[in-house]
Design a protein around this ligand. Structure first.
Ligand SMILES: Nc1ncnc2c1ncn2[C@@H]1O[C@H](COP(=O)(O)OP(=O)(O)OP(=O)(O)O)[C@@H](O)[C@H]1O
Ligand SMILES: [Mg+2]
Length: 255
């Protein structure tokens, strides 16, 4: 059974279709890169996976069930910016990330000490132990994104959602973040969905690269139709073979 399933998803805002007939099945542990033109609905798709929104039509299944609506229960998320809490130190941010799973109730004494120790272990893992007591604003962009990923992972999610996580970083920092993410993935066997505008990054990190695009286009009304997955590339082993999806009675399917 596939771990994450999107079945015949339509999403509209008002009368405007954004996504239409999105079908995809993802196995546990797969790394799925998502690319596509600005505004075609990539972040919308991640919000549906996060269950921040419910689709207008169709269904999302995670491990056979509707995704939990509480963030962090089985999915962690990192955005291009502003994923961490600016008023908390790095250590507090990691503890807060874990609280997504355990709840934000007050806890003192032994439990709190244990949580701080776990947070310090996470900070050491992501190379930020030396700035544990600093606030995010004092860190470089790459360090802030490492913190954001560490925070998302502190809740031990089975799925990590990344929305252009490295988009604001310089090329060198970006490359070291690729190594960091690759190592984390090997350690945790988590399933990852990563939106990126960088095709090379998508193919380098992903097992698959999904392309979101509008299969139908009305030149007099560009908003008349929504986007769907038009390509599903196999990116394993640096491979380029791909399946072109074509229209049949059931929507877009492998030819
Ligand atoms: N809550 C909302 N209400 C109305 N329209 C929305 C809402 N959220 C997104 N949209 C519209 O849906 C479309 C898709 O937005 P989305 O953010 O998913 O695109 P995207 O592919 O992530 O783009 P980008 O690459 O620029 O991040 C956009 O035209 C956006 O204006
Ligand atoms: Mg987006």
């Amino acid at each position: 059974m596939s771990f994450v399933v999107a079945r015949d998803i339509f999403q509209s805002y008002g009368s405007r279709p954004i996504l239409e007939r999105v079908n995809v099945e993802v196995a546990e542990g797969e790394f799925v890169s998502i690319v596509g033109a600005s505004g075609c609905g990539k972040s919308t798709f991640l919000r549906l996976l996060l269950a921040q929104e419910r689709p207008t039509r169709g269904e999302i299944r995670v491990a056979g069930a509707e995704p939990a609506t509480e963030p962090g229960l089985d999915r962690g998320v990192v955005f291009q910016k502003y994923s961490v809490f600016p008023h908390m130190t790095c250590r507090e941010n990691i503890v807060a990330g874990e609280s997504f799973r355990t709840g934000f109730g007050r806890f003192g004494g032994v439990k709190r000490r244990a949580a701080l120790e776990r947070a310090d272990a996470t900070l050491a893992r992501i190379g930020l132990d030396h700035v544990a007591d600093q606030y995010p604003a004092t860190l470089s962009g790459g360090m802030q994104q490492r913190l954001a990923i560490g925070q998302a992972l502190a809740a031990k999610p089975r799925i990590l959602l990344l929305d252009e996580p490295f988009g604001a970083l310089d090329p060198g920092t970006r490359l070291s973040m690729h190594d960091f993410l690759t190592e984390l993935r090997a350690e945790t066997a988590m399933t990852v969905f990563m939106v990126t505008h960088d095709l090379e990054e998508g193919f380098k990190l992903g097992d698959r690269v999904l392309v979101f695009d509008k299969p139908r286009w009305d030149p007099t009304d560009p908003n008349a139709y929504g986007a769907t997955i038009t390509y599903d590339f196999d990116a394993r082993d640096g491979g380029i073979p791909y399946q072109r999806l074509t229209e049949n009675a059931h929507g877009l399917r492998p030819a």
